[in-house]
Design a protein around this ligand. Structure first.
Ligand code: HEC
Ligand code: HEC
Length: 321
């Protein structure tokens, strides 16, 4: 199977834009708050469309083989089916590419919170030597040379610049929302959408399994950083959040991941080390990976095989339309 082999070794064919033609601004069921755009990057369809075109364009990588969409693929819930993504020259990204849904409803970006806003995040993949490896100045020169882009930046932001490039990308990402699952409808009073098994899973999630302690709120994340022990090698945790804050207590802490789109976003965790949701549930049932900074909120729990399967079914229901 030559095609499969190529897909595994190179960045592979560029993913197509299979997202809906219009990305509604209204929050989906399950999200009480409207999206907020920062001053200077107010929503316009022109700006979103520009960001969308850029997101799927490999022009933003040094050798023109990698687009944002190479690692955030529509068919995979805007995540990457590989544990680590492939950047230019076959380089591997440091971590697993997460879903980009609902980032506009979040307060920190990246697994360690390296960026606060989407605007701050947007140019990081360009500057990252393992991802797109294209200096921003060079990206701007390429865009200036493309009449279709130069004119669109003029119209959307008045100028093509480092700032407007970041804003266009950020605006498109901000508009990617995912909610309105049977779980949201259940919570809103329509109890018909969840099977008895999924309801059992939801009950476990909210009680004995303790998931609710960190996976809370509309995006199933408390927007805080915890150590679950993922990435601990021989008792030593990766830096994680401590790389940003410089605080030793943050060692091994990573951002609580959103649980939306899980059915499509395997593998899981910041290093992509858990291949299935079944493995995720096993991991938590045994209380995570023990090490000195393990979060005290993480506790082993008893669950029968049926209950574990129910928890998986509930997690999958979160991404069912
Ligand atoms: C080579 C693969 C790759 C490419 C190309 C790439 N990303 Fe990512 N993206 C990742 C990885 C890996 C992470 C997680 C990085 C981390 O947390 O250390 C990530 C994280 C993010 C996040 C934060 C998500 C979260 O949940 O915190 C956003 C937003 C994002 N990328 C947007 C983009 C945009 C916009 C582009 C194009 C300009 C892009 N990415 C290009 C791999 C990639
Ligand atoms: C102490 C807080 C905490 C508790 C309790 C907790 N989680 Fe997590 N969860 C996290 C953090 C932090 C991450 C990211 C870990 C990493 O990759 O380093 C995460 C990641 C995940 C992921 C991976 C998502 C992805 O996109 O890769 C899933 C799935 C998940 N948790 C499900 C659960 C379930 C199910 C439970 C209950 C059995 C649970 N979590 C309990 C904090 C918690």
């Amino acid at each position: 199977m030559l095609a499969v082999a190529t897909l595994v070794q190179g960045p592979g064919p560029l993913p197509r834009d299979t997202l809906p033609a219009t990305l509604p601004l209204a929050p989906p069921l399950g999200f009480p708050d409207e999206l907020v755009a920062p001053i200077g990057n107010e929503f316009t369809d022109e700006r979103t469309a520009l960001g969308r075109a850029l997101f799927f364009d490999p022009l933003l990588s040094r050798d023109r083989t990698v687009a944002c969409a190479s690692c955030h693929q529509p068919e995979h819930g805007m995540a990457d089916p590989r544990a680590r993504s492939l950047g230019v020259d076959g380089k591997l990204s440091r971590r697993n590419a997460p879903t980009l849904f609902n980032r506009g409803h979040a307060s920190a970006q990246m697994w360690d919170g390296a960026a606060e806003s989407l605007e701050e995040q947007a140019l990081m993949p360009l500057e990252n030597p393992d991802e797109m490896a294209l200096p921003v100045e060079e990206a701007l020169a390429r865009l200036r040379a493309e009449p279709r882009y130069a004119a669109r930046f003029e119209a959307a932001y008045g100028a093509l610049s480092r700032e407007s490039l970041a804003k266009a990308l950020a605006q498109f990402v901000r508009r990617l929302q995912l909610g309105n699952s049977p779980v949201d409808r259940f919570r809103a009073g329509d109890v018909t959408g969840l099977s008895p098994q999924e309801r059992t899973g939801m009950w476990l999630f909210e009680s004995r399994a303790g998931c609710w302690r960190c996976h809370s709120g509309p995006n199933f994340s408390d927007e805080r950083f915890h150590s679950t022990g993922i990435g601990v090698r021989e008792g030593v945790a990766e830096l994680g959040r401590a790389a940003i804050t410089g605080d030793a207590a943050d060692r091994g802490r990573f951002k609580t991941a959103s649980l939306r789109a899980l059915a499509l976003t395997a593998p899981y965790m910041h290093d992509g080390s858990l291949a299935t949701l079944g493995e995720v549930v096993e991991f938590y049932a045994r209380g995570g990976n023990p090490h000195p900074q393990l979060d005290p909120e993480l506790r082993a729990f008893d669950a029968t095989p049926e209950e574990r399967a129910a928890l998986v079914a509930f997690l999958k229901a979160l991404s069912r339309p």
